[in-house]
Write a protein that binds this ligand. Structure first.
Ligand code: FDA
Length: 464
C-alpha cells in the first residue's frame, strides 16, 4: 500500500476530477486522483465491441458548450459533425409513420400550436429562473412541488402536445418519468442549455463528436498527470478535519492512502454514500444526498455494413414518443464506411425492456427501429446495449437529479464544502448540467476555489 502526501486528493477520474487535477497542478499544487475503475473517463467511454468502435457513454457536443470546446481545442482534440442530411421520421402515438423536414414534428396543426405555446412558456421560465440558483427564485417552491407531468396538463389539454414536451425533458434528458421530478428541475435542465428551445434543437445539442471518442478528453489529461492517477482503487474511507484550520484529509483507497489538505468528491451524488466519512458528514449532507438519484436509459448501438437510410434520403433521425425506442440518430464514426445508429430507451420503458431476456429485448428494440427505418434495420452486423444501471461506479444514466421538492429544499447547499471536502460533478453544474461541458465547468471551477483558499494564484477558469 502506497502512502502519498499531496495538496489535493481527488476521488474519481471522470472529466470533472481530471480537469480539476489539471488546473490544480497548473496552479502549483500537488494532486493525486484515485479512480475505482481500471480506466479513466467515468461516464465517457469508448470501446470496441465485435469489431465496432462504440461510444458507450457521453459523446455529443453543442457549439455553445464553450468550457468543453475550449479544453478540446487546448488539448488538440478534433471534432466532427453528426450526419443530418435528409428527412427525419416521426411515428405518432397512433403508429402512423411520417417523413418530415424542419424542427417541428408533423403533428396536427392545433397540437403544433400548443407545442409552440408550451415551448414559449418554458423558454420564459428558463430565462427568468436561470441555471445558477433556481432554488433562490421567488417561485422556486411553487415550481418545485409540482411534477412536470401535472404542470404540463395544467397548462394544456392537448395530450399529444404534453406528451411531446414531456418526452424531451423526461425520456430525452432527465431519463426519469415526468411524474417523478418537478417543473423547477425541468427548468434548470432547460436553462443549463441556454433555453428550452436549445434543448429541443437536436442540430445544436447533438452537433459534434470527438474524433476517436469523448473518452479521449480524459485519456489525454490522464496522460499529462501520469503517476498522479491511480486506477483500480476505490476510495472506501475519507477521514477529514484533522488539522485545526479545517483542512486535512486522508483518503484510504484499495491501492493508495493519500494524505492531503483538501479533497474533491468528483463522483455523482448517488455514490457519496459508498464512502465512509470519518467523522460522519453533517445531518444536512446526509439528508440531501438521499434525495439525488440517477435516471435510467438504455443507449442502443446498431452497426450496419452501410448507412442504408442515407440512400433513402433519410438523416437517421427518428422520434417515436410512444414506442420503446423514443429517439434514433445516425451515429456513424468519423470516416467509417459502415453505418451506425444509436437509439435511446428511457426510464420505465428501460425497466420494461430489462424485464425481458436479452434476445427478446433485442427483437423488440430492433422492431421499433424498423417501424421508423424499414426492415433493413432488423439485421445489424453489431448490436450492443449500454447498460449503465449495472455499472457499480455509476448506477444509471445519464446523470442525477433531485426528487420532487428536493431542488429548492437542498440546492443552495449542494456545493458548500464540508471542512476540506468539495463536491463536484456534472450533476451539480449550472450551465452544462448533466453534460460533459458541466463536468469541465465543475472541475475547473472547483480547482479555482481550492487554489484561492490555498493561497495560490490561479490564472485559469473561475466560473462554475
Ligand atoms: P463521472 O461519473 O463520469 O466520473 C466519476 C468517476 O468517479 C468515475 O470514473 C467513477 O468510476 C469514479 N468513482 C465513483 N466512486 C468512486 C470511489 N468511491 N472511489 C474512486 N472513484 C470513484 N453528456 C454530454 O455532454 N453529451 C452526451 O451526448 C451525453 N450522453 C450520455 C450518454 C450516456 C449513456 C451517459 C451515461 C452519459 C451521457 N452524458 C452526455 C453525460 C456525461 O457523460 C456526464 O455528465 C459526464 O461524463 C460526467 O462526468 P463526471 O466526471 O462529473 O462524472
Amino acid at each position: 500500500m502506497n502512502t502519498l502526501d499531496r495538496d489535493v486528493v481527488i476521488i474519481g477520474a471522470g472529466v470533472t476530477g481530471l480537469t480539476a487535477a489539471r488546473d490544480l497542478k497548473a496552479a502549483g499544487l500537488t494532486v493525486a486522483v484515485l479512480e475505482a475503475r481500471d480506466r479513466v473517463g467515468g461516464r465517457t467511454w469508448t470501446d470496441t465491441i465485435d469489431g465496432a468502435v462504440l461510444e458507450i457513454g457521453g459523446q455529443w457536443i453543442s457549439p455553445d458548450q464553450d468550457a468543453l470546446t475550449s479544453i478540446l481545442d487546448e488539448l488538440g482534440l478534433e471534432t466532427f459533425s453528426r450526419y443530418r442530411e435528409g428527412k427525419s421520421v416521426y411515428v405518432s402515438p397512433k403508429g402512423e409513420r411520417t417523413e418530415y423536414a424542419g424542427d417541428m414534428f408533423p403533428v396536427p396543426e392545433q397540437t403544433g400550436r400548443e407545442i409552440q405555446r408550451l415551448i414559449e412558456i418554458l423558454d420564459e421560465l428558463a430565462a427568468d429562473v436561470g441555471a445558477a440558483e433556481p432554488w433562490a427564485h421567488p417561485r422556486a417552491r411553487e415550481l418545485d412541488t409540482i411534477s412536470l407531468h401535472h404542470w404540463l396538463r395544467q397548462h394544456s389539454t392537448d395530450e399529444e402536445a404534453c406528451a411531446n414536451i414531456g418526452h424531451f425533458l423526461a425520456g430525452g434528458m432527465l431519463t426519469k418519468p415526468a411524474h417523478s421530478f418537478s417543473v423547477l428541475q425541468a427548468i434548470l435542465m432547460a436553462a443549463s442549455a441556454g433555453s428550452f428551445s436549445n434543448l429541443v434543437d437536436e442540430d445544436l445539442l447533438l452537433d459534434k463528436r470527438v474524433v476517436g471518442g469523448m473518452q479521449r478528453l480524459s485519456e489525454t489529461i490522464a496522460a499529462e498527470l501520469g503517476d498522479d492517477v491511480v486506477l483500480g482503487s476505490p476510495v472506501r474511507t475519507l477521514q477529514w478535519g484533522q488539522s485545526g484550520d479545517g483542512t486535512g484529509v486522508t483518503a484510504v483507497s484499495k491501492k493508495a492512502t493519500v494524505r492531503a489538505r483538501y479533497a474533491i468528491m468528483a463522483v455523482p451524488p448517488n455514490l457519496y454514500s459508498r464512502v465512509s466519512f470519518d467523522p460522519p458528514l453533517p445531518r444536512r449532507q446526509h439528508q440531501m444526498h438521499q434525495h439525488q438519484s440517477l435516471g435510467l436509459v438504455i443507449k442502443v448501438h446498431a452497426v450496419y455494413d452501410a448507412p442504408f437510410w442515407r440512400d433513402e434520403g433519410l438523416s437517421g433521425t427518428c422520434f417515436s414518443p410512444d414506442l420503446m425506442v423514443q429517439e434514433i440518430y445516425d451515429n456513424t464514426n468519423h470516416e467509417d464506411p459502415r453505418g451506425t445508429l444509436v437509439a435511446f430507451v428511457p426510464d420505465e420503458k428501460a425497466d420494461a425492456m430489462f424485464a425481458l431476456g436479452a434476445d427478446e429485448r433485442r427483437r423488440v428494440i430492433l422492431e421499433d427501429f424498423a417501424k421508423s427505418l424499414g426492415p433493413k434495420a432488423l439485421e445489424p452486423a453489431v448490436y450492443y446495449e449500454s447498460d449503465w444501471g449495472s455499472e457499480e461506479w455509476t448506477r444509471g444514466a445519464y446523470a442525477s437529479s433531485y426528487d420532487l421538492g428536493g431542488l429548492h429544499r437542498y440546492g443552495a447547499d449542494q456545493l458548500t464544502p464540508v471542512g476540506p471536502i468539495y463536491w463536484a460533478s456534472s450533476d451539480l453544474a449550472a450551465a452544462g448540467y448533466q453534460h460533459v461541458d458541466g463536468a469541465v465547468r465543475m472541475g475547473r471551477g472547483t480547482a479555482a476555489k481550492i487554489a484561492a483558499r490555498a493561497g495560490e494564484s490561479m490564472p485559469a477558469y473561475t466560473a462554475i
